[in-house]
Design a protein around this ligand. Sequence first.
Ligand code: NAP
Length: 472
Amino acid sequence: MYINGEWISTVDYVELKSPYTKEVIAKIPRATKEDVSAAVEAADRAQQAMASLTAIERANILYSIAQAFAKKRLEAAKIISQESSKPLKFALGEIDRTIETYRFAGDEAKRLVGEIIPMDAAKTGQNRFAYTLEQPLGIIAAITPFNFPQNLVAHKVGPAIAAGNTIVLKPASQTPLSALFLAKIIDSTNLPKGAFNVLLGSGGIVGDALVENDKVKLITFTGSPAVGIQIKEKSGLKRVALELGSNSGLIVDRNVNIPYVANKCVTGAFSNQGQVCISLQRVYVVEDAFDEFVEEMIAKTQDLKIGSPLDETTDISAMIHEKEQQRAKQWIAEAIAEGASLLYGGKVEDGILLPTILANVDRKSKVSCQEVFAPIVSINKISSIEEGIEAINDSNYGLQAGIFTNDIQTAFTASKKLSVGGVVINDVPTYRVDQMPYGGVKQSGTGKEGIKYTIHEMTETKLVIWNQEGAL
Ligand code: NAP
């Protein structure tokens, strides 16, 4: 592990296995509660040094992290593929985004501005001059998921450094190697010792100890709603930012280019085996377009290459754990028993769940109303756009939604009525770039990521008021 700028070992190790080959790829230390305290203490001691860095110094550290990733692009991507089974082409895409995310963070470090308050807008505000300062919040605990082990970490580490904070990172147990790779990169920058720490080990022990530590000022968590809710309940008065799951939906109107739309949908539904928070899970297609859409979806899904994550031509590989794959298969079986038709996939071949297309899925089936987080997409027929909007909104989640339409009024109405954090017109809900505000409503979370937005959750706004009356 990486604590106070030192590489730390422990007595207790666990084997890390490749989700695809099932071979042991590393032995990973497991942090104890004492290690958690040591990391928080190191982050606490580093606060002064961190807060005294200038904006340009913080920006340059972030740019040098970006540069190191650019130099080691393939190495970083291969680590992601090995430990999480993300096909290499998507892992390379993730590293490209990670580079951008750290660059955006560097830019934002130089734009961290307060505001001037018009005090004399109040009767008693005459002769007062006031402004705000955005000061570092302190120690940030970042708890991250397996599915984007570099870029989602960058969304926390980047803004935390940009704002002058110190960090303790707890990555997902299945993706510790990416976190250690980042620690090596950060170790070679000018970041003060102790300002960035990595703890490995189970969420139950390390995560809990971090959440309960009084010195931590903000817990920034990306992961499942179940864990997010637990964290919120245990966090007391700490700030908590939660980026949780979804069951993202898309509406397909008539008179759109169906082969183009189906192509986008195949990528949106099956990238990284559907283990993406904005993975396309539910598609609602107007009657006139339904048959052509289904035909195109099946044809394009058949073209996907199934295989090893380290092969650059692979589109789909193994899910993160065998038990997750079993759960997904069980949900498919339940949906079929509840009336859905299986149009493609639905079975495991060579340890890989085939991309699966279901039609006429009951809204109450788990593959529809819960987060499926697997390569499974449901396609349902609708008789009006309103029906599609109502179906998408009939969900406990609301991260992003999409609509393909050539009718301006329809697009406008959908953008107003869909209960989600982001509406994508003429693309799948799976679309994201890293500077945009990103975050959901309902059980999809609280707060927004996208560096400019996160950074303000990671600062303390201090007001300074000058009384000019007494000036000589
Ligand atoms: P997860 O099981 O919730 O785990 C996320 C992190 O929380 C891991 O580091 C995990 O550690 C840790 N954790 C587990 N129990 C904990 C506890 N009691 N206290 C504190 N931390 C704890 O999620 P996942 O399976 O890795 O990721 C998939 C989920 O993330 C999906 O729901 C997906 O939608 C969501 N996600 C959301 C976004 C977004 O931006 N909205 C982006 C990506 C993913 P261990 O690994 O050791 O259990």
